[in-house]
Design a protein around this ligand. Structure first.
Ligand code: FAD
Length: 446
């Protein structure tokens, strides 16, 4: 089937990028977004203000010639800066060479650049203030709530890029086509901010700052206006306990003493910013009838601790485009193929993202972790291309996530074997030396 008309529900990061890719294929695309046009209004609060884009996201942007424009507003972060409760800061570079960086980008600026590109692309219409209410996944009939009342639309193909709480996924669930499980993390997050001081960054803008505190954790990413946006992750029930100025200031003075003087709006931010929820979406299948499908967070939202949700969603778009190439543009064949190729990869990054939470929250400050990272970087330098760290493969390559998981597992097995072998050789050498000493001491008598 060659599609006459493709509907994309959701003009967030995934939907806007997808519209650009499909326009290049000469398709007619209608992009429906529940919000008003974000380019003319105030950005919505709640979702992270900035995010880290790395190689997978950049690869997608390169394919639509948007990477230079987006990177012009990005701030490269070459490592993590660890803030202990007391004592000096500790910078840990991300790559063995120290040269590679992930990029702090404003979510709003990125979304607007993608929306601009989508609106300028031939064949794309964007309909703001259209919230999907109903969907018939087999017939392609959609009902939207708009300021002018309910509107009915039709499309040959419907792609749900409407985020973690996807209405398209909800419709497939209601039709009995899909199963879903949402694993909510018992942690929530709240955004706080560190303004510029005298027009300058209050912290090093070349790093992603982390305050690891065991049960809680805070991170901060730089913004082009020289402020930092901090995200405090804490067990969801804990936020309410700090209900007034005194309690908030006392808590931050104890747990984040270096932050307090840098965040004059802390109390206000804390009392007024919402607590966001975090979770992993497992849904199956992602497509129905070869004409309705989920993509990005709508199919597989993950927790944000590897900074990969949007990167992974962008990679989805590249893969869907590749599947259309490989099936001569047949949606009926491309959509199942897309699911087949992407599922194990999205499951792998979902798992790695959860594991990285423990690393960021608990381990990064420990001397054993720091030593491990130094050994890992030394191995990468000694065995270039043969030993590559998980962080490097996830953030600085487009190696499929499932392959990253397998490769890292093999590398760890190899290292464990080498350590055992080394210990065995040392042990054997020690035994030989001991026995030779005994022979010498006894004058050769056994
Ligand atoms: P969304 O961004 O959720 O967009 C969905 C769009 O659909 C929205 O515009 C919404 O308004 C619209 N919509 C929803 N329902 C309807 C409806 N019924 N009708 C019409 N439109 C609808 N990822 C990274 O790669 N790096 C990071 O550093 C990073 N940091 C993060 C930090 C936090 C705290 C969080 C929560 C996430 C982070 N992510 C990060 C993940 C990233 O934000 C998501 O993976 C990404 O936004 C997914 O894009 P999306 O377009 O699929 O979904």
């Amino acid at each position: 089937m060659t599609a006459e008309r493709v509907a994309i529900v959701g003009a967030g990061l995934t939907g806007s990028l997808l519209a650009c890719f499909l326009a290049r294929r000469g398709l007619t695309v209608a992009l429906y977004e529940r919000r008003p046009d974000p380019r003319v209004g105030q950005p919505e609060r709640g979702r992270s203000i900035n995010l880290a884009i790395s190689e997978r996201g950049l690869d997608a942007l390169r394919r639509i010639d948007l990477v230079d424009q987006v990177m012009a507003d990005a701030l490269p972060m070459k490592g993590r800066m660890i803030h202990p409760v007391e004592g000096p800061l500790d910078f840990q570079q991300y790559s063995a060479s120290g040269a590679r960086a992930i990029n702090s980008i404003s979510r709003g600026t990125l979304n607007n650049a993608l929306l601009d590109a989508a609106t300028q692309a031939p064949g794309v219409e964007v309909h703001f203030e259209h919230r999907l209410l109903e969907l018939d996944s087999q017939g392609g009939r959609m009902v939207f709530e708009t300021p002018a009342g309910k509107v009915e639309e039709h499309a040959d193909v419907v792609l749900g890029a409407d985020g973690a709480g996807s209405a398209v996924r909800g419709a497939l669930l209601a039709e009995g086509i899909l199963n879903e499980e949402v694993d909510f993390l018992d942690y929530g997050y709240k955004e706080l901010s560190i303004p510029a001081v005298g027009g300058e960054f209050a912290l090093d803008p070349g790093a992603l700052h982390i305050w690891p505190r065991g049960t809680s954790m805070m991170i901060a990413l730089p913004n082009p206006d020289r402020s930092f946006t901090c995200t405090l992750f804490w067990p969801a029930g804990s936020f309410d306990a700090l209900s007034n100025e005194g309690l908030i200031e006392r808590h931050f003075a104890k747990e984040y003493p270096d932050l307090l003087p840098l965040a004059p709006g802390l109390v206000d931010d804390y009392l007024h910013n919402p607590v966001g929820v975090l979770g992993t979406v497992h849904a199956s299948p992602w497509q129905a009838h070869g004409r309705t499908a989920l993509i990005g967070d709508a199919a597989h939202a993950i927790v944000p601790f590897y900074g990969q949700g949007a990167n992974c969603a962008f990679e989805d778009v590249v893969e869907l485009d590749r599947c259309l190439d490989d099936t001569a543009g047949s949606w009926a064949r491309a959509l199942p193929l897309f699911e087949h190729r992407r599922r194990e990869n999205t499951e792998a990054i979902a798992e790695m993202a959860l594991a990285n939470f423990v690393e960021m929250r608990d381990k990064v400050a420990s001397p054993v972790f720091r030593l491990g990272k130094r050994i890992e970087h030394a191995l990468e330098r000694a065995l270039p291309g043969r030993y590559v760290s998980r962080y490097e493969l996830v953030s600085f390559s487009t190696t499929p996530y499932a392959e990253v998981r397998q490769r890292v597992h093999r590398q760890h097995q190899f290292l464990a074997a080498a350590v055992l072998l080394g210990a065995g050789v040392v042990g054997a050498a020690a035994r030989i030396a001991r026995s030779e000493r005994r022979v010498r001491d006894t004058g050769g008598r056994r």
